[in-house]
Structure formats: C-alpha cells, structure tokens
Design a protein around this ligand. Structure first.
Ligand code: HEM
Length: 447
C-alpha cells in the first residue's frame, strides 16, 4: 500500500524553486540530523550558502523517492548576520523578528518550558542557520551529512553550535504512528484523499500565491527573497514516556483499557487508526491507509463520545466540531515535518532511565508562526473553545498540579494525574527561503 499521497495532477506551483520539505513526506523509516550554525562573519555566511546551494533539494517530483534531502532555514538574527539590508529585515513580520524566546508569554512557554531553562543554543540569538538532512537509509544520511560538513569545514566564520541526530520507524517515542495527517495543498499536483475536502489555497503554505483570502499574504521584500519561501516553527521536546506509562497503569487495569485510554488522549490508536472510525478497538490496517485514516469528521460526535473534545488531534484540528469560539480552520492548518529522537520505550516500562528522547516539532506554513502562537495560546493551553474550561491538551501542555482529562460518557470520567508529558527544551522561528532566494542571499548585498 502507498503510505503517502501521489502526484496525479500537473503542479502549478514553482516546485523547482521551493524547498523539498514543503511537499516531500517524511519516509518510513527515516534517519537524519538537525544542525544549528552561527555566522560570525557575513561574507563567510554567504560563502557557505553558495556552497550549500547545490545540495539543497527542491520540491520538484516530491512524489519520487530520493535517498536523502537537505533543507536550510534561517532565523532573523541569521538574516542580520548575513548582512541583509535594513529595508529587507524590516519587511519580515514582527513575531519572526522578535524570535520564539521573546514570544514565550504568547506561546504559554512558562514554568519548566520557559526560555531560561532551554538547551543551548536555543533562544540565545546565536542560532542563525538550521541545516536538516532527512534520509531513507543510514548510508544516504551519512553521505548527506558528510557532504554539508565538508562545505562547513571549508569556511572559517560559520560555527557548528549543535548537531542532533534523529530517526524512527514512523512511530514516535510514545509508540504512536505520527506525522501522516497533512493538508492538501492546491497546485502541488497531489491527489486529493477522502476527507481532505477542497484543497487549501497554496498561499497558505508558500509565499507569493493566493491564500484563502484570495490574495497572497504579505511577503518579505524584495520579492526574490520572499516568493516561494515559507516559515518554519521548530520546537524541541523531551518526552517523559515512563511518566506517561505510569499514568496509564495508574488509571487502567488491563492492557486493553490502557490502550483505550492512550487512544482517548490522542484521538487515535497508537497505530494511527482514528477513534472516530474505530471507537472500540485498534485497526492497524486503517491506521496506515491514507485513503481512510482521515476520512472522518466530528459533527456526528458532538459530545466527544468517540473522540474526546480535549484529545490532541481534536484540539489541533477540530474539523467540523461546533466551537464555542469561532475560528476559520482553513487558515490554521500546518504542514508537519516533525522528527523523533532517542529510543522508544515499551508501554510496560514505568521507571525513567534518564535517557534523552523526544520529538522535534517542525511546522511549515506561510503563517506558521501566527498559527502555532494561536494553537499554543487558544487550543493547547485552554479548554474554553470547546467548553472544557481549564483543561489543557493532555499531551503537550505544561500541566498544573491536579490536572485531569475528561473522557466523555454516561457518566463522563475525569481521569486524574495528567502531567507534563513533554517538556520544551527550546525552539526557534525560521524562514525557509526558495532556492533563488538562497542564491540571492549568498551574493554580496548591493547598497
Ligand atoms: C511531543 C510533542 C507532540 C507529540 C508526541 C504529538 C503527537 C501527535 C500524534 C500522535 C498525532 C496523530 C498523527 C497524525 O495525525 O499525524 C498528532 C497530530 C497532530 N499534532 Fe501533534 N504532537 C506533538 C506536538 C504538537 C504540537 C506542539 C502541535 C502544534 C502546536 C501539534 C499539532 C498537531 C496537529 C495539527 C496534528 C494533526 C491533527 C489533524 O489534522 O487531525 N502537535 N500529534
């Protein structure tokens, strides 16, 4: 079975100028690295971009397998460090210019998630360039990493600050299949899957094309810099899987009950099968079938008897749920290219082994920064939009003492003991330029 969308129509987007990550799905299994670099000399930064340019993969023929692909994204301090003109810098949106750490309050990144707890180099203003390699095999991964490292070694004035390897089978460290629900992008050439509805206008995901409002979104200037680019939100989480397992064991007596509770928290069984279509038992074949795994809505389940109103996927994409606070869902979709790092933990393990493991949440869209700020403040860390009062997302919130999760039913069940199962280790707001913008950025700026 094909796990992903196929290219079935003539694309209208300029795919050979757009970076691969925008349309290329993460393979299963996958391997890779996220490297963060600091530019201490503008000319060296431009030289590195010139050298990396031939290695950066475009989105052309995003449906055909390639062994590995490399993507590059730049933070606002990175654009400054490259010597981009004041006029161009000023054309970027205010929250991108401020950076993720400065937006902590809006993102509800408080307590243990607050920037002063973050890992280096996040939030220091020194994370300038992010280079990521995604690969289908260990060999292709190593080759691509060796490739960009050879270029880096040739350039004095750009330093490697962090290098994080990732990789998984397609299931994250909690054991859930992840990353497969993606919006249908008009003009990408992708087939429409049952449940997609009308594809979303391309300008929601790539700058320079009509958005859902009919007009392109504001774009950085000059247009060679903005067009065919997009924004990236990167958030690195440490996952407390043993605590999650203790929570399941403490609230369910049998393996079946534990799996049902685990599914209620997310809205999907660990296989990916949605509760909306398979409420009583897991159905792995449904979980991996791209024609069925998203072919559902929530309107016929207004109380959340199948998919709880507070479950992770119902919060993050309420589809046709009736919301207490209205919102246009078509401008709130994200392309997710998240990656898992560290070993998965079996569900029987309730002791923390102290290992580093978790998820790099990576979201792309022309409004990714606004969307993640909205999701974090309204739908992740509050329950009001769905009549859930103070209840928060059970998976990704920083939870207060006494937090609980409601499983609707007659009577509803309040499951106590929800904790912060994922702690934020840091993050950055990035701009993913087009290939022609990378060429432009690698030239000496003209006055
Ligand atoms: C450690 C952190 C996280 C974990 C373990 C996690 C896990 C999952 C899983 C298992 C799914 C279902 C698989 C799929 O539909 O692709 C999912 C879906 C999703 N998640 Fe997360 N997630 C995390 C962080 C986040 C964050 C920070 C956001 C946004 C602020 C987010 C937004 C979404 C969205 C939009 C979906 C798709 C929902 C849909 O369209 O039905 N996730 N996540």
């Amino acid at each position: 079975m094909d796990l992903f969308r196929r290219l079935t129509k003539q694309p209208t987007l300029e795919l050979d100028d757009i970076q691969a990550a925008v349309l290329r799905a993460r393979p299963e299994p996958y391997f890779g690295t996220h490297a963060i670099l600091e530019i201490t000399d503008a000319a060296a930064g431009r030289e590195l971009l010139r050298r990396l340019a031939p290695r950066i993969t475009s989105a052309a023929r995003w449906d055909e397998p390639v062994p590995a692909w490399t993507v590059v994204a730049i933070s606002y301090p990175g654009l400054e460090a490259l010597g981009v003109s004041e006029e161009s810098l000023a054309s970027f949106p205010a929250n991108f210019r401020a950076g993720m750490a400065a937006r902590a309050e809006r993102l509800r990144d408080t307590g243990p998630n607050a920037p002063h707890h973050w890992e280096f180099p996040f939030g220091t203003g020194r994370a300038h360039l992010a280079v990521s390699v995604y690969a289908e095999s260990k060999e292709a991964w190593q080759e691509a990493v060796d490739g960009y490292q050879r270029e880096l070694a040739q350039v004095a004035g750009v330093d490697l600050l962090s290098h994080q390897d990732f990789g998984a089978t397609g299931f994250n460290v909690f054991g859930y299949r992840d990353g497969f629900t993606q919006p249908a992008v008009e003009g990408s050439g992708a087939e429409t899957m049952p449940g997609d509805g009308r594809p979303i206008k391309p300008g929601e995901f790539v700058l320079g094309y009509p958005s859902e409002t009919g007009r392109p979104l504001p774009m950085p200037s000059p247009s060679v810099l903005g067009r065919n680019g997009t924004y990236v939100v990167f958030r690195k989480y440490h996952s407390h899987v043993a605590a999650f397992n203790r929570f399941l064991h403490g609230n369910a007596d049998t393996a079946e009950e534990r799996e049902l509770l685990a599914a209620k928290l997310v809205g999907r069984w660990r296989s990916g099968a949605p509760l909306a279509l398979s409420p009583d038992r897991d159905d792995p074949a449904l979980g991996e079938d791209p024609r069925r795994q998203n072919h559902f809505k929530y309107a016929e389940d207004p109380r959340g008897l199948r998919t709880p109103l507070g479950s992770h996927i119902r919060r993050m994409n309420p589809r046709d749920s009736k919301l207490e606070i209205l919102s246009d869902l078509r401008i709130r979709r994200l392309i997710r290219r998240s990656t898992s790092y560290g070993d998965a933990v079996p569900d029987s393990e309730v002791r923390d082994d102290g290992s580093s493991r978790g998820l790099d949440f990576i979201a792309l869209s022309a409004r990714a920064i606004d969307t993640v700020e909205f999701l974090q403040s309204e739908w992740v860390n509050s329950g009001n939009f769905a009549g859930l009062d103070k209840e928060k997302d059970p998976l990704i919130s920083n939870q207060d003492k006494g937090a609980y999760f409601t499983v609707p039913g007659t009577p509803p069940r309040r499951v106590q003991g929800i904790q912060s199962f994922n702690t934020l280790l840091g993050g950055e707001y990035l701009f993913m330029p087009s290939l022609s913008a990378i060429a432009w950025l690698s030239q000496e700026p003209t006055a």
